[in-house]
Design a protein. Structure first.
Length: 259
């Protein structure tokens, strides 16, 4: 997700097993009761094309409890400056706003405006550099985001995937300071975006913040570290970052800016 992104291993196809793990692992208990055949249809992804899950809006039965199958979304940065949101099947979109103390994503304003016109759930994220002061980075992020029109339900997120050579405890403390500051300023509990392994290592004590976890290997995704559930699962970066949530769009909006 960062401006320093390097290609990871590409995924040629996403079958029903991946979707089952992605969309219905809201908790270890739920995940343990789910098989790949619970979801009819799948998210298909390749280096050339993508489509939304064919069963958006359907429900599945997990131990007798009805649960939303999936809400499909995408996230972008200046690497996808011309992304066509009108043609996208996404029901939510999260876009990069800032990084560190001085990087402003040149495509942020366009994406923000396009998402507003489309009327889907939208969010903005900041890429963290723990070598810097967390409050200064938080204020920079908010200054850039607040230059654009806001509306109830807008999501805010911290992209936590770099240590800048800091220790586990230092990165963890940095994240807590950034998240608490943004929450105090906005009334929003920001999401934490991270890979599964990074979140499991550096995410202790962050479970009060909704988790947006990147995990590309398929299968059931159980929450890392102290989290009991995840809100969004980024399951592929091919040909664009693709996400799925067990929450409905309205439920996602409850995690964003208050009315």
């Amino acid at each position: 997700m960062s401006k320093y992104r390097f290609p990871r291993s590409l995924m040629s196809a996403m079958g029903a097993t991946v979707v089952a793990g992605a969309v219905l692992a809201a908790s270890p208990a739920l995940a343990s009761s789910l098989s790949a055949t619970t979801v009819s249809g799948a998210v298909q992804a390749s280096a050339k094309a993508f489509t939304a899950p064919v069963n958006l809006g359907r429900t599945a039965s997990l131990n007798g409890v009805r649960a939303e199958v999936s809400t499909y979304g995408q996230d972008v940065s200046n690497y996808q400056a011309d992304h066509d949101w009108d043609a996208s099947p996404a029901k939510f979109g999260i876009v990069k706003a800032t990084e560190g103390l001085d990087f402003r994503d040149k495509a942020f304003a366009r994406h923000w405006s396009q998402l507003a016109k489309k009327g889907i759930v939208r969010g903005a994220y900041h890429f963290a550099h723990p070598a810097n002061n967390p409050i200064a980075e938080a204020d920079f992020f908010l200054a850039v985001v607040n230059q654009q029109p806001a509306k109830p339900g807008d999501l805010l997120a911290l992209d936590l995937e770099s240590t800048d050579g800091r220790s586990v405890s230092e990165v963890n403390a940095w994240a807590k300071a950034w998240l608490a500051h943004v929450q105090a300023k906005t009334g929003v509990k920001p999401m934490v975006y991270s890979s599964w392994n990074f979140a499991n290592t550096y995410g202790a004590g962050l479970a009060q913040y909704p988790l947006w976890v990147a995990f590309y290997s398929g299968g059931i995704v159980t929450p890392p570290a102290d989290w009991k559930s995840w809100a969004i699962h980024q399951y592929s970066e091919t040909p664009i970052d693709q996400d799925v949530s067990t929450l409905t769009p309205d439920q996602l909006r409850t995690l964003g800016r208050p009315a």
